[in-house]
Design a protein around this ligand. Structure first.
Ligand SMILES: *Cc1c(COP(=O)(O)O)cnc(C)c1O
Length: 396
């Protein structure tokens, strides 16, 4: 198959960064070069594989220490962490929750699990995440403040919270968003699923709202196999999060008494063991990912019609997934680039389908979503595994 010279040029630039040979380059592969075997074996040797065990506590302490956020509560996955974060922020059935239209579907699902309605917000071209300026203009026209709550003037429903999602690891501009939240009495719940290791103005993502969710899924920067965590500086919320995610059982040596409808969202010790070992390696992985990002940046510096997406100036990103951004004038080449790169064993992916284009969300309240729609037609995710460039793929 012959391809357009533009597509050919993109392929050649990628080949300069990726190691030669005929191995395939996955989008994001997990990397186990630390204590993973040892800690997992310890679980098997001691029999502590399930919902209680020392690694769960250790993971929670280590996450708190790394992020500088006081409390971490380990759970089965990022979706569960988001669900409970929203519940604890007071999101109730019939409320609306502002979320970006351009996010993984889990953000919207968590809102729906609460019986609430996702209200879709446009994205910013500098962060790929929720656009605070556009949100501010929108709320000025569409929201009313009544009894210290914010309401959607059109639907009459309360707007309870806003969920910034740090797309591909790049932090949303959180300071102006925090001001909007204060003015409109909105709770901020950060979907930090992709941004472990990303900092906004020197503070770890997930520390700007009341509560945040991270994911430790297999494709994220570090993994527990599957897993996630809630992060909060609020001790009361942390206690409630632990209670609600462990079937709301009251502590007792033998009696089973539960004081509300809880969830079995606790992370098994076996998964926590893997995550503890992975977290020890996070700084090394971050360094390796930054050097991969700068290699991509350099390879595309002189390219026409396309550029490498770089972290916003106010942030240090984890560069979880690297991305190319086509100019609007070259958006028609998206399919060609995806086709030719995947054909060549270079796994590339577009961003998600904007949420209002999915059947269960097509009637969601929303603002103009032109930037989200445009980005969805122009972003190409690149192979981004840590140590991708090293010959043995194992790293230091
Ligand atoms: C991965 C991800 C989640 C969900 O995490 P899981 O652990 O897969 O449930 C939520 N939001 C975003 C933006 C994600 O990328």
């Amino acid at each position: 198959m012959t391809s357009h010279p533009f597509v050919q040029d993109v392929l050649e630039r990628l080949r300069k960064v990726l190691p030669s040979g005929d191995q395939a380059h996955p989008l994001h592969a997990p990397h186990f070069a630390g204590n993973e075997w040892r800690y997992v074996k310890e679980c098997l040797d001691t029999g502590w594989v399930s919902s209680v065990g020392a690694f769960v506590n250790r993971l929670e302490q280590d996450l708190a220490a790394y992020t500088g956020i006081k409390h971490a509560i380990a759970v089965v996955n990022g979706s569960a962490a988001l669900h409970i974060s929203l519940t604890l922020s007071g999101v109730e059935a019939g409320d609306e929750v502002l979320i970006p239209a351009l996010t993984f579907v889990a953000t919207a699902n968590a809102v729906s699990y609460c019986g609430a309605i996702p209200h879709l917000v446009d994205s910013s071209e500098t962060t790929l995440g929720l656009d605070p300026e556009k949100l501010d203009h929108y709320l000025r026209k569409k929201a009313v403040l009544k009894d210290r709550s914010c309401y959607n003037a059109r639907t009459g429903r309360r707007i309870r919270a806003v969920v910034p999602m740090h797309t591909l690891g790049h932090p949303v501009d959180l300071e102006p968003l925090a001001e909007i939240c204060a003015h409109y009495k909105l709770k901020m719940v950060e979907d930090a699923a992709e941004s472990l290791g990303s900092f906004y103005k020197g503070r770890h993502t997930g520390s700007w709202g009341e509560i945040a969710a991270i994911s430790l899924n297999g494709n994220k920067i570090i993994t527990a196999g599957g897993g996630g965590a809630l992060l909060t500086n609020d001790e009361k919320l942390a206690r409630k999060a632990k209670h609600l995610t462990t079937t709301a059982k009251l502590p007792h040596r033998w009696n089973f008494v539960h004081d509300q409808t809880g969830f079995n969202y606790r992370l098994p010790n076996l998964n926590a063991a893997l995550a503890v070992a992975q977290l020890e390696r996070l700084p090394v992985m971050l360094a390796s990912k930054r050097s991969l990002a700068s290699a991509y940046e350099e390879a595309f510096r002189q390219a026409e019609g396309i550029r490498f997406f770089q972290e916003p100036s106010f942030a240090v990103s984890n560069y979880w997934l690297n991305a190319l951004l086509l100019d609007e004038s070259h958006a028609a080449h998206l399919e060609g680039v995806l086709e030719q790169t995947n054909q060549a064993g270079i796994m590339t992916r577009p961003l998600w389908t904007p949420l209002h284009q999915l059947p269960m969300l097509k009637r969601s309240p929303r603002m103009d979503l032109s930037t989200a729609e445009s980005l969805a037609r122009r972003v190409i995710n690149l192979p981004s595994s840590a140590f991708l460039q090293e010959a043995d793929g194992r790293g230091a």
